[in-house]
Write a protein that binds this ligand. Structure first.
Ligand code: SAH
Length: 202
């Protein structure tokens, strides 16, 4: 997967490449899909949600420029795969999911793999995780109509956020960089994520 899909598309951060070579992606998909777990596409994970294509996980993770000592907030735990990748290259991952059944499954895999630096909860992630803010990096893995203000407020300075923003089923992947009190936004890629549902989403 790393050699055929991720390196050829220009992902160079060795922390990201190593993490994606280490985390067993097949554990995060349903048993019937395990044979396809390392394919170059997203897969259904139940409850109408999907685990992202491996390259998109790599691209979003690399955009955060993690060095190892960061506290990272993820909105949209889903299968738990993205959180697992993050957990290998930062200090602590705080991940929020709105669907109970998905988070339950993800937690069982984190325990099995002994990924103890992942903390999770059920909530509307569009309001962030105020008690634990600020975060050095924020990653949103569902697409909403705009960037939720609570997430901008909970991003540390300096800090980086990656988030798909746009229409249902079609978004621009935005990189938000906060530095010296200024916020700059860049478009990194065009993507298709499931809906971000909540107070500051759909
Ligand atoms: N990162 C996931 C992919 C998630 S798919 C993985 O690696 O598998 C997007 C997820 O975002 C879905 O599970 C969906 O339930 C969740 N989601 C949508 N809106 C949300 C919200 N407001 N707060 C938390 N989770 C949300």
């Amino acid at each position: 997967m790393v050699d055929e899909q991720i390196i050829p598309r220009g992902i160079t951060d060795t922390r990201v490449l190593d993490a994606m070579a280490t985390v067993p992606r097949h554990l995060f998909v349903e048993d019937a899909m395990a044979a396809n777990a390392y394919g170059d596409f997203p897969l259904p994970i139940g409850s109408g949600q999907t685990i992202s294509q491996p390259y998109i996980v790599a691209l979003m993770t690399q955009a955060l420029q993690l060095k190892g000592d960061e506290r990272v907030l993820e909105i949209g735990t889903g299968s738990g795969y993205q959180a697992a990748v993050l957990s290998r290259i930062c200090e602590k991952v705080y991940t929020v999911e709105r669907i109970d059944g998905l988070l339950g499954k993800a937690r069982r895999i984190f325990d099995k793999l002994r990924y103890h630096n992942i903390i999770s909860r059920i909530d509307d992630g569009t309001t962030g995780w105020e008690d634990e803010a600020p975060f050095d990096a924020i990653i949103v893995t569902a697409g909403g109509p705009y960037i939720p203000q609570p997430l901008l407020d909970q991003l540390a300075d300096p800090g980086r956020m990656i988030i798909p923003v746009g229409e249902h089923g079609y978004q621009e992947l935005k990189l938000v960089v906060k530095e010296d009190g200024e916020v700059k936004t860049f478009t990194v890629e065009y993507v298709r994520f499931v809906d971000l549902i909540g107070t500051h989403g759909w």
